[in-house]
Design a protein around this ligand. Structure first.
Ligand SMILES: Cc1cc2nc3c(=O)[nH]c(=O)nc-3n(C[C@H](O)[C@H](O)[C@H](O)COP(=O)(O)OP(=O)(O)OC[C@H]3O[C@@H](n4cnc5c(N)ncnc54)[C@H](O)[C@@H]3O)c2cc1C
Length: 382
């Protein structure tokens, strides 16, 4: 195998990086994952994830983890309600015999991370290892970590997400602002802290729209409610707004104004102090992005192709990258690592371009004048 006697460093223990680590280890490769989180019990924020047959689920199938997935997935988490800003329900998936997205089973991020972590050999993940920089050494890279240590690898794979610190070693292509900024929130213990909305979401999801803005809520299995607002604001709104996103009160004041024409019951999102908030301007990379492949460095997931989340493809693409890259590196189809990486990147970039395009179309549609009518038409197969 071309990976024999090669030290592989995956930077970032997200769904993409961990899936790749598992698949490479199944082929006997020497893999370490360098992750900035302090440990495996770090709180994993974010909405539930629906996995798709040919990408996320296929990755778990190849990783031998489909059974573990079905032990932890949440059958009704995909049931959705579509509401307008007044709170009127236009589509209620809970009333249907079969959920609209039944073929896309949902799992919370934390259990998905646990399944992947549990599948790895002990000490594969090196926690508290935030990548800062690297320089060439021999045929590979010497990485410098924020904790003051250094680590050598023959091949480095960037799985460090949307704001990748490794991507610039491959390309200077800058991300393009999509026009929409998200404020993501997580309300812990939501049955107590946001009881009305918790009741309304019914263990599933709410998609609410009005005034070219969106609000998406998802219930998580451990009792928290994650949500994200979507607003068309300028690229530098986060800085220009002057809002301190570590303080709930300032964000709440902004919400009351920005969503001022929405029914007041949505403000329950901000009534408790058990809440974490983070602003996320949504970027994507140019659809025709290309870079010159290197023999000892590549990337996957959001690092390679960040995109707005409105098509629900990000995790699925990261996991598909993982199994396609693992296949290129371990199948024996290539005589050297450089050729394997080049083939992977070629296919990955073509696929990511199409999916990014689709995500941008969904982003525009969901923040248009009448997304509800379009969603209803889409769900009825028109
Ligand atoms: C609000 C929101 C909702 C979303 N909803 C969905 C959805 O419904 N479906 C879907 O498919 N996708 C969704 N996404 C997108 C999805 O979260 C990402 O596409 C996916 O997580 C990408 O996986 P990844 O492994 O590439 O990166 P990430 O999941 O971002 O993981 C990166 C990992 O790298 C670590 N890391 C970062 N920097 C460093 C560093 N310097 N050194 C070491 N470690 C580092 C991080 O701690 C993290 O563990 C959503 C995103 C957002 C923001």
């Amino acid at each position: 195998m071309i990976l024999n006697h090669q030290k592989i460093a995956i930077v970032g223990g997200g769904p993409g990086g961990l899936t790749l680590a598992r698949l490479l280890q199944m082929s006997g490769a020497d893999v370490r994952v360098y992750e900035r989180d302090y440990g495996k019990n770090a709180r994993v924020q974010g909405a539930t994830l629906d996995l798709h047959e040919d990408s996320g689920l296929e990755a778990l199938r190849r990783a031998g983890l489909l059974e573990a997935f079905y032990d932890s997935y949440r059958p009704d988490a995909g049931r959705m309600r579509i509401l307008d800003k007044h709170g009127d329900i236009h589509v209620d998936d809970h009333a249907a015999e079969k959920a609209f997205a039944e073929d896309r089973p949902e799992i919370d991020r934390a259990p998905l991370r646990k399944i992947l972590l549990d599948s790895l050999q002990e000490d594969t993940v090196v926690w508290d290892s935030q990548f800062v920089s690297m320089e060439r050494q021999d045929a590979g890279w010497l990485m410098y970590l924020k904790n003051g240590t250094q680590a050598y690898a023959d091949v480095v794979i960037a799985g460090d997400g949307a704001n990748s610190k490794i991507r610039p070693y491959l390309t200077a292509l800058a991300p393009v602002y999509s026009g929409v900024t998200i404020v993501e929130g997580n309300i812990y213990n939501a049955s107590t802290n946001a009881p009305r909305l918790w009741e309304l979401v019914r263990g599933g999801k709410i998609f609410a729209f009005g005034d070219e803005q969106s609000l998406i809520l998802s219930a998580k299995g451990e009792g928290s409610l994650s949500f994200y607002t979507g607003c068309k604001v300028s690229e530098n709104w986060v800085q220009e707004s002057g809002i301190d996103f570590t303080q709930k009160d300032g964000v709440f004041a902004w919400f009351k104004e920005a969503f001022g024409s929405w029914n007041d019951f949505w403000q329950e999102l901000f009534t408790s102090n058990e809440i974490g908030l983070i602003p996320r301007p949504q970027y994507h990379f140019p659809l025709d992005q290309r870079w010159e492949s290197l023999p000892n460095l590549t990337m996957l997931g959001d690092a390679a192709h960040r995109m707005p989340p409105y098509a629900g493809e990000g995790v699925n693409m990261a996991m598909q990258d993982a199994f396609e890259l693992a296949e290129c590196l371990t199948s024996g189809a290539f005589t050297d690592i450089h050729a394997a990486i080049a083939d992977y990147e070629d296919r990955m970039l073509k696929r990511a371009s199409q999916i990014t395009q689709m995500s941008l179309e969904m982003t525009a549609m969901l923040h248009s004048a009448d997304p509800i009518a379009q969603m209803v038409a889409m769900m009825s197969g028109e």
